[in-house]
Design a binder for this molecule. Structure first.
Ligand code: 5GP
Length: 118
C-alpha cells in the first residue's frame, strides 16, 4: 500500500497542528479550505478509500463520525455543518488515505450536493 501525505501527517513526520487527536485519528485544518471552517478527520490506519474498508473497520468508521460531531461542536459549528467523504477519482478524492471533511460557515443548503466540495 503506497504512503500518502496523510500517512506522514498522522505519524508526525510532517509537523501539523492537531485540533484533536486520539489513538485512532487526528483532526487538522484543510490546507485549501472550501468553507470558513474546513477540517479533516484522518484515521491513523491508512485505508485508501471508503470502499476499501471492511467489517473490522466498522468501529473505527463509527469513531470517526463521533469525533466529527464532537469537533464540530468544539469549533462552534455543531448546529450546521456538512460531513463529506470523497471516494475514488470519480468522487473527487485526491489523497488516497480515507478521511472525512467537515465543512461549515457558509450556506450549505443551496446548490445541492455540488455545494460541498469543488
Ligand atoms: P480529497 O479531495 O482527497 O477528498 O481531500 C483531500 C484534501 O486534503 C483536500 O481538501 C486538500 O486541500 C487537503 N490537503 C492536501 N494536502 C494537504 C496537506 O498537506 N495538509 C493539509 N492540511 N491538507 C491537505
Amino acid at each position: 500500500m503506497s504512503d500518502t501525505i496523510f500517512g506522514k501527517i498522522t505519524r508526525g513526520e510532517i509537523p501539523s497542528e492537531f485540533l484533536y487527536e486520539d489513538e485512532q485519528c487526528v483532526v487538522i485544518r484543510d490546507i485549501n479550505p472550501q468553507a470558513p471552517t474546513h477540517v479533516l478527520i484522518i484515521p491513523r490506519k491508512p485505508i485508501p478509500r471508503l470502499v476499501d474498508a471492511d467489517a473490522e473497520d466498522g468501529a473505527l468508521l463509527g469513531h470517526l463520525m463521533l469525533v466529527a460531531g464532537r469537533v464540530a461542536q468544539d469549533l462552534g459549528v455543531g448546529d450546521g455543518f456538512r460531513l463529506v467523504v470523497n471516494n475514488g477519482e470519480g468522487g473527487g478524492q485526491t489523497v488516497f488515505h480515507l478521511h472525512l471533511h467537515i465543512l461549515a460557515g457558509r450556506t450549505m443548503a443551496e446548490g445541492g450536493l455540488a455545494a460541498g466540495l469543488g
